[in-house]
Design a protein around this ligand. Sequence first.
Ligand code: WTA
Length: 635
Amino acid sequence: MNLKISSFAEYEQVYKQSVEQPEEFWAAIADNFQWKKKWDKVLDWNFTEPNVKWFDGAKLNITENCLDRHLDTLGDKPAIIWEPNDPNEDHRVLSYKQLHAKVCQFANVLKNNGVKKGDRICIYMPMLPELAIALLACARVGAIHSVVFGGFSAQSIADRINDATCSLVITADGGFRGAKDLPLKSVIDDALVQCQSVKRVIVLTRSRTPVAMIKGRDVWWEDEIKKVETQGNVDCPAEEMDAEDMMFILYTSGSTGKPKGVVHTCGGYMVYAGYTFANVFQYNPGEVYFCTADIGWITGHSYIVYGPLSQGATSLMFEGIPTYPDAGRFWDVVDKHKVNILYTAPTAIRSLMSFGDEPLKGKDLSSLTKLGSVGEPINEEAWHWYDEKIGKSNCPIVDTWWQTENGGILISPIAGVTPTKPGYATLPLPGVQPVLVDENGKEILGNGVSGNLCIKFPWPGIIRTTYGDHERCRQTYFATYPGMYFTGDGCLRDEDGYYRITGRVDDVLNVSGHRIGTAEVENAINMHATVVESAVVGYPHDIKGQGVYAFVVCPAKTDNEDLTRKDIMMTVQRIIGAIAKPDKIQFVSGLPKTRSGKIMRRILRKIAEGETSNLGDTSTLLDPGVVEEIKAGAL
Ligand code: WTA
């Protein structure tokens, strides 16, 4: 079966088949990939334990699908185009042959450094081709990568390394993002003070900032490559992986506790990332595809590295940010590299929109044919701006809804094939069976309804477990509504049956497309010496989508509130990272609690949203007076 659907009628027919005969459907899709051995059974599943197995018994290596199988046909075609942070630095192009050679080389570096199949490897790197090479090299040798986004603190890295007992870290001396220098190696050094399992750190040269190379532990990427070259180790055979062998871990925030390690496995992930990439973006050979995400997040894993490369695409990787050196940078990149497909986030669109039309002047965007959005609900104003100013009303916009736990896109238009509708992710992709449920878990049928979004049947990219704690996986995703995967999102299905994701219904915030648990931020704030207690909620933010609003009980703040605020910010930055810093901190004498001690977040959310007129029933509160005080002091 062809991966790409070419008409709405075909979509309807394929969707129907995918629901009625899911195993036949996915087997036909999987036939488009290269397997060392085909599966014994397409699907085995239950959502109670949960236990989901796709393509069980099959053997493969995803890097053969992303690299080796393209060498004959696309060997000299660009696999990765890399655009640096500084527009005056040269860009780089790696053909499929070159990328293959570099992945093999670095895979041999990993082997020389003792890496074996199943080992966990933490990657903390800037957006360079070597980051993609590091991921692929891990996959080549069957090591499990755990990429940590460059905005996380030493403490967050240490937590992730320890949770997965990583034996090796791959990093760079430093990185460039906008006007900032990121001292990556130094952050890793701080993290490793707490990590006994790490025996080796491989450091790539990027910024040439002075770094402390620890004897016996730290080695330079470049030196290790030289060793491999002198050994004459040019090739590296791809490790044979079982379809259900663990492929990677990616940590993500939930409503409780510390971030959990979402686990994806080899076969299903490959099929799902590749299939959805080809289909949703309707990728045509030769097109230049630019996803602006960071590889530190799932979007970068699936739609910069694995999805596009598995389809022989040209994937553009950008080191910088949309507004550096000015707000025309994305459009310069599109113009310079004649980008055909642009996949970005609503927060970037809103931010660029706020600069007006000036940054667009003189930029030739005529190469663009398809646009995408991901990470958070896209408001209609941003949707129309994207459509008119960037797509010149001539490019379909795919509003792709999905999650780290999903491996790939679940609900989205198919570019140019199925209809779009501003603010709507529209229809489920083939193989995806969404349902809306009420609080009691009862399925809400029909159209023109809203509820909590669940998925009632597995797709190949579904989370398999949370690393080291399967019970947590069950609790978080499969226990709220028995027999279903619960997304944590609220959703509306309109009269036409189109889905619109309305945002999280749990205590998870989406700040500039980054998932942040309120409990995590509260724990970080509470680490500050003078803080007694805190409660964190989200509020609507023009650019970020949601901002972080913290109500903090801190009796010692008195003499200098601003200084205490800054201290608290610094604490959050230390414990989690800069991305979780509160936008607003309001000092309060107490939090609104029920007699049983539960914080009434509903009230705090309303106050943070500036909706103080109708707070609902406050009579059950232990101290209703505190609400008046909080209202009066709202920021
Ligand atoms: C939100 C990112 C509305 C949603 C791929 C989800 C979206 C969370 C969309 C997952 C969209 C993602 N429309 N909301 N198109 N895409 N979300 O794990 O709340 O970083 O649960 O994965 O982002 O975030 P994550």
